[in-house]
Design a protein around this ligand. Structure first.
Ligand code: ZN
Length: 282
């Protein structure tokens, strides 16, 4: 039996997160010929249009359809080979009344959602799985739920006692990573925002990861243009006031030439930071 191709799976909550959070690693590994799989837990129904001049591709198009339309273009640009949807509704930002809607992802039954994802893991056979940290990067309830469900399914998928839909055989992914934003980058973002508009309070919801907790640093400088084009494809979400549109070429290079991760499972303990998510697997 031939072994499955090296595969990277990224699990996200909303269309645009794949490009903002992991556009660099997806484009880089896709370019290397590694199979890239994307899972979205929701279709981003609660997104607000961020650009007053935005014209939907079809008049009156629903938000989820607009975001699916944008996502399709980003998928093709990043080189994603396979995409899955867990089928939940967007919960909206923390504190929004929609958080309590029983159909939203934040209210999902963790066991059931994890079984759905475990089935996808068994089907796609990823070696490396990447998702948000426990805080969901900035506290979004769907990001936090994505972390919980992905971590649970990572281990469920390989457990022969657990039956998933379609009765697929177990598959144990080798490595689990959480996205990290180094403190240093958070400081730079705050300074940039303050310099631009001293009146505007810089974002405080981004917490960041202490540098010594980061295990893995991936150089994505060769694919930065692809990552940013994929971010900008999400036109409804990345308006003219977006921080991503305000950066100079140089700021983009300084801030985004690397993507950072914390290895939660499958890495050797080492003082040196990994420079490849597939280290030890090739
Ligand atoms: Zn999101």
């Amino acid at each position: 039996m031939t072994s499955p191709p090296l595969t990277l799976m990224t699990v996200h909550a909303h269309p645009d997160d794949e490009s903002i959070g992991t556009g660099g690693i997806i484009a880089k590994y896709a370019r290397e010929g590694i199979k890239t799989v994307l899972v979205h837990c929701t279709r981003g129904e609660m997104g607000d249009v961020q650009d007053p001049a935005f014209v939907p591709p079809v008049p009156g198009m629903a938000m989820a359809d607009i975001r699916m339309h944008e996502l399709k273009a980003a998928i093709s640009l990043l080189g994603i080979r396979s995409t899955h949807y867990l089928g939940y509704r967007d919960s909206g930002m923390a504190g929004h009344p929609e958080n309590q809607n029983p159909a939203v992802f934040a209210q999902a039954d963790v066991e059931e959602a994890s079984l759905r994802l475990a089935r996808i893991i068994r089907e796609e056979k990823p070696h490396v799985v990447v998702t948000y940290d426990e805080y969901g990067v900035y506290g979004h309830p769907d990001h936090i739920m994505t972390n919980v469900v992905t971590t649970k399914s990572f281990f469920m998928a390989g457990n022969p006692e657990i039956r998933t839909a379609d009765n697929l055989p177990p598959w144990s992914p080798k490595k689990l990573y959480y996205l990290a934003i180094p403190m240093e980058r958070i400081r730079k973002i705050r300074t940039m925002e303050k310099d631009r508009d001293p009146e505007k309070l810089p974002p405080t919801s981004l917490v960041g990861t202490p540098e010594d907790e980061i295990t893995t640093v991936i150089d994505v400088s060769d694919v930065l243009d692809v990552k940013f084009n994929a971010i900008f494809i999400h036109k409804s979400q990345i308006g003219p006031a977006s921080f991503f549109r305000k950066m100079s070429e140089e700021q983009i290079q300084v801030m985004f030439a690397r993507e950072y991760f914390v290895c939660k499972h499958g890495c050797r303990a080492s003082d040196a930071k990994e420079t490849d998510l597939f280290e030890g697997l090739r």
